[in-house]
Structure formats: C-alpha cells, structure tokens
Design a binder for this molecule. Sequence first.
Ligand code: UDP
Ligand code: MG
Length: 311
Amino acid sequence: MDLISLIIPCYNEQESIPHLEKALNELTSSMSEVNFEIILVDNCSEDNTLKMMKELHEKDNRYQYISFSRNFGKDSSMYAGLKASKGDYVAVMDADLQDPPELLKEMYAIVKTGEYDCVATKRGDRKGEPWLRSVLARMFYGLMNKISSYEIVDGARDFRLMTRQMVNGILKLEESERFTKGIFSWVGFRTKWLTFENHERVAGETKLPMKSAFNYAIRGIVAFSTVPLVMASGLGILVFFAAILYTLYVIIFQLITHEAVSGYPSLMCVMLFGFGVIMMILGVIGQYMAQMYLEIKNRPKYIIRDTSIEQ
Ligand code: UDP
Ligand code: MG
C-alpha cells in the first residue's frame, strides 16, 4: 500500500484546525487504498494551534507535528515537512481549506498512471482577494515570467502532490532564502496542472500580510533571475552614451556660437539624473548581495522546539 504524506504548514490556525481535521478524516476514509501520514508544521503560533496538534496526535497517530522555535515562514515549514516525510507520494496543502483536500483523490489517480511526477494546482480566478493585491500579484507574475527562465504559473498554489523522487530533488536545494514556487519549477519533472475555483479561507484571517507578500516577490525575483543585474548594466551603458552625446553637443555649441552652454540648471539635471541611476543600480546589486550574504552564513532554515517525529 502506498503511503501519502500530507504536509500542512500552520500559523495561528486554531479556528481552522477542527474543520481541517474533519475534512482530512473524510478524505482518508474515502481513500482507503492508501496509508496517510499527516505532518502538521507549527510556525510558532501564539494561539492554541500546537496544543490542538498534540491532541490530534494523541487521538490518531497518523497525525504528527513539528513545532518551530519561532516563525521561520511558510517556505521553511514546507521544507521541514518535506524533510520529515516518509511517503511514496507527498502533498503540501494549506490549513485553511483553501486547497480542497478532496482534490487529492484525482491528483493521486493522475500520478499513479506514471505519466506525471507531480500534480499541481492553480486557482481559476482571484475572487475574494483585495483588488490591489490582485493587480500587484498579476504584475509580479507577468514580470517574473519575462525575466526568469523558470516558469512561475500565475495563480499557482503550493497545493500539489509529488513523487518521492521529486521531493528528493527539492530537498537537494538547500538555499535558506526559499522561494518554493520557483524551486518547484526549477527541479523540473513532468507536472500536470489542475485548475480549481478559488475558495475563501474556512476560518480566521490571512496570515500573509501585504508587506510580506511584497518581500516574497522581491526574494523570488532575486532568487530566480539575474536579469535585473543585466538591466542595471544596460542602464549604465545607456547613461554613458547619453553623457557622450551631451558632451558632443556642448562642444559643438561652443564651436558654433562661441558661448558656453548655460551652467547651473543643466548641470543640476545631469547630476541628479546620474545620481539617481547610480543609486538604483546600487540598490539592485544590494538586493543580490543581501541574498548572497544570507546564503553564505548558511544558517539553519528552521529550529525545532517540539516534535512528535523522531529526528
Ligand atoms: N502560514 C505559515 N506561516 C506563516 C504564514 C502562514 O505556516 O508565517 C500558513 C498558514 O497557516 C496557512 C498557509 O501558510 O496554512 C497559507 O497562509 P494564508 O492562508 O494565511 O495565506 P493566503 O491564503 O491568505 O495567501
Ligand atoms: Mg489561505
């Protein structure tokens, strides 16, 4: 019998967990042809999430938990879950039931055919999301796919079922600044995409505020594209040629009219423009340096405070 590991990152999900438990129990009893291992990863929640996880584990030992010493972010939770998983197939899903668990049946049937190594999901629309977030997200995906050679599907969720082989591939990428959507794409393998209608979160509020979504976007770009660096040098070259043209103009103007180009305003414009460009380029380089710095330190991606899984 196959073992499926379900990895579920949770942060302050005390309201969702009872719904999750019910949905998972329904799912597992309807898929009696497989065994399940459910790994709940607590991102150091401030509410009763961990307590509830422990109760679940006591009641039903298919439920396991890993609890972090602080919030290391959802990407680290997924990594910890993948690392601890033992299943022949491994799925990642959210705790708030925005990823419909019943879809797993179809996903499992597809990977079982052997034609695909992974069944991933995306949502059909962004219904129920604040419009500004939708617009920014669309812009991000548009840009990302132009400047990165790895496809990042718009609306893709982290909800997916993968073979052990693919999971082992993902675990080989040990970067600490993890942009999991990019990593899924980077490792390759044959992926089938399913589209499902967007669901509202079952209870509680979103745990990913706009600010962290923005940082996540920058991290994704820096991690999976070097085009901004190329653009920075391109901009430098452009400004250099503009400077040459302007110098020529100044010389020719002087030769023809025997008058100097009037000074202060034009000087100021050129200087401010030049400074602006330099700052911008430094900013871009800075982002890459920051990511290099964080990678070089090679800190652990998470620290476990409490777990039911033997390490
Ligand atoms: N999550 C997490 N750590 C965090 C933030 C979120 O483990 O720091 C989990 C959260 O509990 C949920 C999933 O990641 O299971 C997705 O978060 P959320 O539903 O808040 O994001 P949204 O669906 O609004 O993008
Ligand atoms: Mg959600």
